[in-house]
Write a protein that binds this ligand. Structure first.
Ligand SMILES: Nc1nc2c(c(=O)[nH]1)N[C@H]1C(S)=C(S)[C@@H](COP(=O)(O)OP(=O)(O)OC[C@H]3O[C@@H](n4cnc5c(N)ncnc54)[C@H](O)[C@@H]3O)O[C@H]1N2
Ligand code: MOO
Ligand SMILES: [Mg+2]
Length: 425
């Protein structure tokens, strides 16, 4: 067993993984299924918005010149010759002294050049005809929503690499994208290793625990935008694990294993990588939790050997696997978003290595705070349910106090452009 492992820096490990990053192919999917997918092409306006001059009000389309002499002392009357609703078109061209009743969104009738809202008018019925009384002057162009005033044909409205959110979806629909060009999702295989693991439906037995990692990791894979393919759990048996890993690799873009990656007698992943002839990028990282995270490459495919300890497994995924997925999808912000904020409680433990503390982020009076949650050990699972951020405490430090400014990595949200880089180690 290889026990003299040399830890590398976190950013070096991330960079080593991203040497094997590649962008996936494009696929066209129905707009209804495009939520949260990443656009592979920018959205370009292929027509003006609005596409025609239209009324922004319910009222009357008039010839402005007819209103020149109108005042409250001297209102003018125009004959209403037609009514047009949104989606309809006028059939007549108003002549001097005539107007068209018009609704919001309807195309401006030919021959009219101003809109007067209902509230500024009075309607009069006389001799079977309808007239509208107007008591002020309107200028040509008053209250018209002009063609192209919002967007011109040819304008790029959303860049490739953006996620489809409700506002983006509105544009996709506006420009007729019934099929949306998005990045094809990579498939990421998951094997949980460990003779101690029970299935979720099984009763606890002495010495055994339920397998939580594969569910957690599958969920992290989906959240990162990829497709999880869970192959099952494996007992710690070299030959069975070797065959399983080798075969699974053929079916996926990336393979994650959890557990069996440290220096124990039954930690077989390092020997499996060796027998495979895989190129091990690193097998120890200067961080806690997740120090045993090992990444290997075989025929251009990455094998992530994440720790069996749930918190270490979680952090290993977020730091190393997530950016690979995000780049595959074409995201321009593949890393966890980094902010600075105030520590909400003391953290007295010394940190020989950089420490990622599961934390809850809050914003109070416009200031960012982070509060460590739960027990800070790599085997802990409960704190994960209550964290939405990782507080990063630098290595070589003797603990931190409430009120100290710290770096915080956000687990939710749109991601960031910068790779986390430790200042000291
Ligand atoms: N002599 C040393 N021992 C250990 C070292 C070391 O440097 N020297 N590192 C420790 C650290 S740090 C970690 S982290 C763990 C990593 O161990 P492995 O990745 O080999 O994982 P396992 O040994 O298989 O399991 C560790 C732990 O996690 C539990 N586990 C495993 N799989 C699951 C799962 N699917 N769901 C929930 N929990 C799981 C397992 O039962 C163990 O308790 O090594 C330390 N040892
Ligand atoms: O790899 Mo272990 O999680 O450092 O804590
Ligand atoms: Mg182990």
């Amino acid at each position: 067993m290889l026990t003299d492992r040399k830890p590398i820096k976190i950013h070096e490990a991330i960079e080593a993984v991203l040497e094997f990053a590649k962008e996936g192919e494009i696929e066209y999917i129905p707009i209804e299924e495009s939520d949260n997918r990443i656009l592979k092409a920018s959205i370009k306006a292929d027509h003006d918005i609005p596409p025609f001059d239209r009324s922004p009000l319910d009222g009357f389309a008039v010839r402005a010149e007819d209103t020149v002499s109108a005042s409250s002392a001297n209102p003018i009357e125009l004959e209403v010759i037609e009514t047009v609703g949104a989606g309809g078109l006028s059939n007549s061209i108003p002549q001097k002294g005539q107007a068209i009743r018009i609704m919001t969104g309807a195309k401006m009738p030919e021959g009219t050049d101003a809109i007067v809202m209902f509230e500024l008018t009075k309607e009069i019925e006389r001799n079977g005809k309808t007239f509208v009384s107007i008591s002020r002057k309107f200028n040509p162009g008053d209250n018209i929503s002009f063609q192209g005033e919002e967007t011109r044909s040819g304008d790029v409205l959303v860049e490739a690499g953006r996620q489809v959110e409700p506002g983006v979806k509105a544009l996709l629909a506006t420009f007729g994208y019934s099929k949306v060009p998005v990045a094809k999702k990579p498939t990421i295989g998951v094997y949980a290793t460990g003779t101690e693991l029970l299935d979720v439906h099984e009763e606890l037995k002495p010495g055994k625990i339920r397998n939580s990692n594969s569910y957690m990791i599958s969920s992290q894979i989906s959240k990162a935008g990829a497709i999880p393919k869970y192959f099952g759990k494996l007992v710690d048996d070299f030959d069975r694990c070797f065959e399983a890993v080798k075969n699974a690799l053929e079916e996926v873009d990336v393979l994650i294993t959890t557990g069996g990656v440290s220096v124990g007698d039954f930690d077989y992943l390092p020997a499996i990588y060796e027998k495979l002839g895989a190129n091990v990028l690193f097998n120890k990282v200067g961080m806690r939790p997740g120090s045993v995270t090992t990444v290997a490459e075989y025929n251009g495919k990455l094998l992530f050997g994440l720790s069996g300890n749930p918190s270490a497994c979680f952090v290993g995924f977020e730091l190393f696997v997530r950016p690979w997925v995000q780049i595959f999808l074409g995201s321009k912000k593949p890393h966890l978003q980094m902010v600075h904020g105030e520590l909400k409680s003391d953290f007295p433990k010394a940190n020989p290595f950089v420490r990622f503390i599961r934390s809850k982020m809050t914003i109070e009076s416009g200031k960012v705070f982070a509060e460590p949650v739960g027990l800070d050990k790599s085997g802990v699972v409960t704190s994960l349910a209550n964290s939405d951020a990782l507080v990063v405490l630098p290595g070589g430090t003797r603990g931190f106090q409430k009120g100290d400014t710290v770096t915080i990595l956000l687990l939710n949200g749109e991601g960031g452009t910068a790779i986390f880089k430790e200042k000291r180690s």
